[in-house]
Design a protein around this ligand. Structure first.
Ligand SMILES: [Zn+2]
Length: 506
């Protein structure tokens, strides 16, 4: 893409910068050159010395930084609306079947990734942090398919390989004793990758894709969760994260069962376990952090990590409610994620923002502690940028920042009448007002039409690929049904334990 392709001007829009000075211009211009914001403010375009290839009439529109979906798993894109309400551990039987064999065809992975990317672009989500798992094993081909989809879609993407490598029944408490011997043997025989194999795929991801497309694509690392990987692989990932300054994705204490597991397996909280290993640092994005105690909150704050809050997913899986205000009061930065399409059933970060603004009113009658629109918007933009290690360049408008911009129609239902812009962005907007999405200075969606790829053709191909995969889906569903009674027993047994806290309503 040439510099001219990534240069344009927006004239006369309302501009909400979401920067430190909290600029909110009733009427201003944004000049973009070479994918970056070159000038911003009233009459910035009129005063610009060089001609620009395109000028967008911003009158009646709001220009704001594109939202950042800080936690997502693109491989779930096929499963939107497919599952009834399950707790995480039952849900995962369907999401990542523990006895799966074979693998994803590259074309399927490409089209699947693309479908989610396009849904985000339509809603003004300009960047995604994808913790991509590979069932049953990762390969350079499956990594390339995902990265190529993000390259072609035009969205900004930071992508990790989320690949557990220990036997299924060791990731959870009680299951080893609950399972019949033949199911345990089948799990023993399921494919798992060695530390060497996985780190060589990471080397490929970093070498080929980290910084690709002018820096629009980037690599992250992921251990999925501390209890799901071998010690040497965990250490290898931590070393990789430090060496290349990569974000480290880690799910910690999403469920009560995981609190029980920490006690049974490590004799301590999983946050303290990761801290004691020396891995908890500012590169970590700790995902969920629901069943955490005061000691965990102190460790998270001292480490300068970021916590990814996914309240819609947490409600969908009945995981409980993250102690939002306690984390914020301790100084822990928060970002927002949809999590995957089978736990949100969309990739709509606007809905996540509204849910985050609402659910914590249940935590305290002191309404002074309830989340305010400005902090929710901060989490949905700069919080995500921080977790992607790009806080200086993403999530806010400033000269030199990446030109990742959402243009919203202020004549839409959400803003009519316009009383309080930030509150209406959080409480009224659902992505339906987005008229244009710009990533790195390039218009990628305009008036509901994706400009980068043939979206209707990709949707049609998706339906064909899904139909072709029905037999495999039915086999996975049968296996999940056979295993479910043992998992159910495990979940209920863990739920009945006293762990010294409660993150549910009861
Ligand atoms: Zn997740």
């Amino acid at each position: 893409m040439s510099v001219a392709d990534a240069s344009l001007a927006i004239r006369g829009a309302r501009v909400l910068a979401l920067d430190d000075a909290d600029h909110d211009w009733a009427r201003a211009d944004i000049v973009v050159e070479g994918g970056r914001i070159a000038a911003i403010g009233p009459d910035a375009a009129r005063d610009w010395p060089r001609p620009l290839p395109r000028t967008i009439d911003g009158r009646g529109l709001l220009a704001m930084p594109g939202l950042i979906n800080a936690h997502f798993h693109s491989p779930g894109n096929l499963m939107k609306g497919s599952l009834p309400g399950y707790p995480l551990e039952i849900f995962m039987l369907h999401e990542v079947p523990p006895l799966a064999s074979g693998g994803d065809a590259s074309r399927l992975a490409y089209v699947r990734t693309m479908i989610g990317a396009l849904e985000m672009l339509r809603r003004g989500i300009t960047a995604v942090h994808d913790d991509a798992y590979h069932v049953p094993v990762a390969s350079t081909e499956s990594v390339d398919a995902i990265m190529q989809a993000y390259a072609d879609a035009g969205i900004r993407a930071t992508v990790a390989i989320d690949q557990p490598n220990i036997v299924e029944y060791e990731k959870v408490p009680y299951l080893a004793e609950l399972l019949p011997a033949e199911e345990r043997r089948a799990m023993d025989a399921a494919p798992r990758q060695t530390t060497e194999e996985l780190l060589s795929i990471y080397a490929h991801l970093i070498e080929r894709w980290h910084g690709a497309e002018g820096g629009r694509l980037a690599a992250a690392v992921s251990c999925s969760a501390p209890q799901r990987v071998t010690d040497d692989y965990f250490a290898g990932l931590s070393e990789l994260s430090k060496r290349h300054d990569l974000p480290f994705n880690i799910h910690i204490l999403e469920t009560k069962l995981q609190r029980v597991l920490g006690r049974e397996k490590f004799g301590k909280s999983l946050v303290r376990h990761v801290h004691d290993l020396g891995f908890l640092d500012e590169r970590m994005m700790v995902i969920h952090a629901i069943w955490i105690d005061d000691d965990d909150i102190r460790l998270l704050a001292d480490s300068h990590c970021t916590v990814a809050h996914n309240p819609v997913c947490n409600l969908r899986l009945g995981s409980g409610v993250m102690p939002y205000r306690a984390l914020r009061d301790a100084g822990v930065p928060i970002c927002l994620g949809t999590d995957e399409m089978n736990t949100d059933d969309s990739v709509n970060l606007w809905f996540v923002a509204k849910t985050a603004a609402l659910i914590h009113t249940l935590a305290s009658p002191d309404y002074g502690t309830w989340p305010q629109p400005a902090e929710i918007l901060h989490a949905a933009t700069r919080g995500g940028a921080r977790a992607m290690r790009r806080e200086d360049r993403l999530g806010q408008f400033a000269v030199g920042a990446e030109a990742d911009i959402a243009l919203l129609d202020l004549d839409s239902v959400a803003f009519t009448p316009l009383n309080d812009l930030k509150r209406q962005l959080v409480h009224c907007e659902d992505g339906g007002s987005v008229r244009m999405t710009i990533v790195a200075g390039r218009v990628v969606c305009e008036n509901g039409r994706i400009t980068t790829v043939d979206e209707p053709a990709l949707r049609a191909e998706m339906r064909e690929l899904m139909a072709a995969g029905r037999a495999q889906q039915r086999r996975a569903a049968r296996e999940a049904a056979r295993l479910e009674p043992y998992y159910r027993e495990m979940v209920l047994r863990a739920a009945s334990q006293d762990v010294g806290m409660n993150r549910w309503l009861n």
